[in-house]
Design a protein around this ligand. Structure first.
Ligand SMILES: NC(=O)c1ccc[n+]([C@@H]2O[C@H](COP(=O)([O-])OP(=O)(O)OC[C@H]3O[C@@H](n4cnc5c(N)ncnc54)[C@H](OP(=O)(O)O)[C@@H]3O)[C@@H](O)[C@H]2O)c1
Length: 264
């Protein structure tokens, strides 16, 4: 199954909130769910998927291997545990959540390729990989084996250098935190553009990302926002709007833990 361009993020959502968001998301039409081992919600995601009654083949599921599971001993067993929580025999995509300082990339990619051969995942990919680390992955398994690089992109962190590199290499870009965790709603420029088009600042950010052919994975706990994000219209921003959004880039990185790689 091809990855739908809009997916449902689940970071921070735990327990009943995670279940409700995914259950409602599937009801309103999402067919792409993004989770991760570290989110501690794979069980709830799995339950919502099972309760939705949708055929497994109709939903694209991504999970991510947490940093401590990236070695030979733990990767495949941890993926099998994720599959069991998700109540499925395969995921559509599995990502290396962050580049590892502990395990060699070769070791991790070898295990991921093995997982693919075993049918535990359809595709493999990377997340939070800057240019240097992405190039290493390309050298090891080829760009054609890297389904996507999932990275933070929103109007305040446009990540242009890395995006240009990924476009050059033909690697799909997935934009995470597309609403800058809600910050887009209070930005004066985005508010002004939104007023002009009679939409919300969230629509402006989503649309701007979709127009760049990124896959986009917003999260929400509210039905109205879930619906709105899924229905985002494309190709209505003018050249002037785009230029104005480009000026908002200020390297405002929200996901920047201590173990982050050196960013581009
Ligand atoms: N690979 C990685 O390392 C990584 C890191 C971070 C995130 N991610 C992925 O990316 C996904 C998205 O990022 P995120 O969840 O951190 O942030 P986000 O999607 O940018 O923002 C979510 C926030 O925006 C609000 N919101 C959603 N839709 C809205 C709308 N239409 N109007 C107004 N407010 C709206 C939500 O509040 P309500 O609940 O009130 O709607 C929530 O507070 C994550 O869930 C996760 O799957 C991946």
């Amino acid at each position: 199954m091809k990855m739908p361009q809009i997916g449902l993020g689940t970071f921070r959502l735990k327990g009943q909130d995670a279940y409700n968001s995914v259950k409602t998301g599937l009801e309103v039409g999402y067919r792409h769910i993004d989770t991760a081992q570290i989110y501690d919600n794979e069980e709830e995601v799995g339950k919502a998927l099972a309760d939705s009654g949708l055929p497994r083949a109709e939903v694209f599921i991504t999970t991510k291997i947490w940093i401590e599971n990236l070695g030979k001993e733990k990767l495949i067993p941890s993926l099998k545990e994720s599959l069991s929580k998700l109540q499925t025999s395969y995921v559509d995509l599995v990502l290396i959540h962050w580049p590892s300082k502990e395990f060699s990339l070769k070791e991790t990619l070898d295990e991921l390729m093995k997982a693919k051969t075993l049918g535990l995942t359809k595709e493999i990919g990377i997340s939070n990989f800057p240019i240097k680390e992405t190039q290493e992955a390309i050298d090891l398994i080829g760009a054609n084996n890297i389904y996507t690089n999932q990275i933070e992109i929103h109007p305040f962190l446009q990540n242009k250098k890395l995006v240009n590199f990924l476009n050059e290499k033909g690697i799909r870009v997935t934009a995470y935190m597309p609403l800058a965790y809600g910050k887009v709603m209070t930005d004066e420029s985005l508010k002004a553009i939104a007023t002009q088009h009679k939409v919300s600042p969230a629509d402006i950010s989503m649309s701007w990302l979709l127009d760049q052919n990124f896959t986009v994975i917003p999260s929400s706990t509210k039905k109205v926002n879930l619906e709105n994000n899924l229905k985002t219209k494309k190709n209505f921003l003018s050249k002037d709007d785009v230029v104005r959004i480009q000026t908002l880039d200020r390297n405002d990185r929200l996901a920047n833990p201590g173990f982050s790689p050196i960013w581009d």
